[in-house]
Design a protein around this ligand. Structure first.
Ligand SMILES: [Zn+2]
Length: 310
């Protein structure tokens, strides 16, 4: 553990594919720069809808084999992003996809939505104390768009930030660690409105795109007024890696750059600049940050390099 890279980024997501859609360019960029990028995915995405007809048998109401299949898709996506540290919260299959809000799967034993938040957070505390990230990325309190697993990932992620920093909490899980900065995934309204305008123009040209209809701004998670966004990561150089990672999730996503569709077949823009709201930790001045690690003091970098506290 004493040879951890200086910069360490932890992302907490609900299902395989969320990381590539939301943060694929960011993850690829920091991995390429030598930062330690750790992904914790809370469920296997067992309740997802399957796009390719030849894989329809994996669905939960048929073979119920989508979870293990998506473990493989996620591994392929991580190869595309150059990320080597990806884990499932509590181990693969510990928590099951809860399905959309209001369905009976929400209350199924083992469903992530019905998990005890502190118990689930303890699994994440172990990862935080091992990897010692300066930065954590997750969703806003509504999970970006109200999916139970995304809301729960937010709760578990934020709870783990506090518990990991508390020396009195589960010392058996490692020495306490304070995360400097916490971000929520965001999309500025002006960017998404412009993106959909471009998409609708492209859809109007016959044969240009393999998709027929556009989604709506309200279908996109995490959209906020522009001033709420504190940070943007220019992932232009990692556009191909992000698209390839999204394609690796073939049961869930179809990509035709710079657009993609989910199982609802409604096209939306694929962004290679990714946006964030800083919710914990300080920021200098009023302009947008261009680096998630901006302003972090040398202290938390040096601490691990010198082995202090390990
Ligand atoms: Zn999801």
């Amino acid at each position: 553990m004493t040879d951890l890279p200086a910069r360490r980024l932890l992302l907490v997501h609900a299902h395989p594919d969320d990381e590539s859609i939301n943060n694929g360019a960011t993850m690829a960029k920091y991995a390429a720069e030598g930062a330690r990028v750790t992904l914790v995915t809370c469920t296997l995405g067992e309740e997802g809808e399957v796009i390719p007809p030849h894989l329809a048998h994996l669905a939960p109401d048929r073979d119920d084999a989508l979870g293990p299949y998506r473990v493989g898709e996620l591994a392929e996506a991580m190869k595309e992003l150059g990320v080597t540290d990806h884990r499932f919260l509590g181990g693969p299959g510990r928590y099951r996809d809860s399905g959309m809000m209001g369905v009976e799967q929400n209350e199924r034993p083992g469903a992530f939505w019905s998990a005890d938040v502190d118990e689930a957070a303890a699994h994440l505390v172990a990862v935080v104390r091992e990897v010692r990230p300066q930065v954590l990325v997750t969703y806003d309190p509504n999970g970006g768009y109200g999916h139970p697993d995304h809301i729960q990932a937010h709760r578990v992620g934020m709870r783990a930030v506090d518990l990991a920093a508390d020396p009195g909490f589960r010392p058996d899980l490692g020495a306490s660690w304070e995360i400097d900065k916490v971000y929520w995934n965001r999309v500025p309204r002006a960017v998404i409105v412009e993106g959909f305008a471009r998409l609708r123009r492209d859809l109007a040209e016959p044969g240009r795109l393999p998709f027929e209809r556009a989604a709506d701004v309200t279908d996109v998670p995490g959209v906020v007024d522009d001033h709420v966004v504190t940070t943007e990561i220019d992932g232009t150089g990692f556009a191909a890696a992000k698209a390839a990672a999204m394609r690796a999730h073939a049961t869930q996503i179809e990509v035709a750059e710079p657009y993609f569709v989910l199982s609802n077949e409604l096209a939306q823009p694929l962004f290679t600049t990714e946006y964030y709201e800083l919710v914990r930790g300080g920021r200098e001045g009023g302009s947008r940050e261009s680096d998630l690690f901006e302003g972090i003091s040398g202290r938390s970098f040096e601490e691990v390099q010198n082995g202090t506290g390990l």
